[in-house]
Design a protein around this ligand. Structure first.
Ligand code: PAF
Length: 283
């Protein structure tokens, strides 16, 4: 496994890979890797000859007052995990490499960046789209794998890839969960033991809502959301940011979720952590 810190060096190495006719699978991350990331790496390994993982905590996707400084980092541990998974290249740049003096470009996926998490994090998805576009141009992968837990991010990246004609296949990896259902996230580290204990309430509420829709009752989305809200609030620990039932591609709220594909998505604050989760229905 090779580690690159600069754009020219990784480009040079990947040029050789492409010259030898090998395909490149890419997994962009912000590090502090967990089983969720490793499952994305395994998808890339199965689908491509060479796997590149980027590790970069992207300041552009954090607003003032968010957890940029506190975001957990442990490069040595990440390096070992990547090595064990058979990753070929790690791209581990610093801020000057990604955002040199005078950097002035923003990529904004209008219509998809505003709802859901965009309401409380208005500049977040511009930061994500901009860094992912840069990483795509640096790595030029054949395919890139992103987790479905960040389902709005995945929808935005799919749309950006299509709109800007990146010749890259975008692959969504299933959410990996702890045994009690909590979706794996680097931010779970912020939870106290008591918060960690109630956190699985979120997945229970999502599963209950999916079941209600699949059972085919005449319930509209508002009724389903009301029951979810009551279940989450009964734990007396969460501050709900949103619960929405939306179209998976347009992210537009769906009034009647039966007999069609929808995603039920939520975001909450639990102590110091902002947690998101979602479930697909009708897929
Ligand atoms: O999902 C993440 O870890 C980040 O948003 C990403 C895609 C690596 C961009 O910084």
């Amino acid at each position: 496994m090779k580690i690159f810190n600069t754009i020219p060096k990784i480009r040079e190495a990947l040029r050789e890979i492409r010259r030898d006719g090998m395909t490149i699978g890419f997994v962009p991350t912000m590090g502090f890797l967990h089983e969720g990331h490793l499952s994305l790496i395994r998808i890339a390994k199965r689908r491509a000859d060479v796997v590149v993982v980027s590790i970069y905590v992207n300041p552009m996707q954090f607003s003032a007052g968010e957890d940029l400084a506190a975001y957990p980092r442990d490069f040595r541990r990440d390096e070992t995990l990547c090595e064990n998974e058979g990753v070929n290249f790690i791209f581990y740049p610093n801020d000057e490499e990604i955002y040199p003096d005078g950097f002035a470009t923003r990529i904004s996926v209008e219509g998809l960046k505003e709802p859901l998490c965009g309401r409380s994090r208005p500049s977040h998805f511009d930061g994500v789209a901009t860094v992912v576009a840069k990483l795509f141009n640096i790595v030029e992968p054949d395919l890139a794998v992103f987790g479905k837990k960040d389902f709005q991010q995945l929808a935005i990246i799919r749309r950006m890839t299509r709109d800007l004609d990146f010749p890259i296949e975008i692959v969504g990896g299933e959410t990996v969960r702890e045994r009690d259902g909590l979706a794996m996230s680097s931010r779970n580290k912020y939870l106290s033991p008591a918060e960690r204990e109630v956190a699985p309430t979120l997945y229970r509420a999502l599963r209950m809502a999916k079941q209600r829709i699949e059972d085919g009752g005449a319930e509209d989305s508002e009724a389903v959301k009301r029951v979810m809200r009551a279940q989450i609030e009964s734990a007396d620990a969460f501050e709900i940011d949103y619960i929405e039932i939306v179209d998976p591609e347009t992210l537009i709220p769906v009034a009647n979720p039966s007999s069609r594909k929808v995603v039920i998505a939520l975001a909450v604050r639990l102590g110091a952590a902002r947690l998101i989760d979602n479930i697909e229905v009708g897929f």
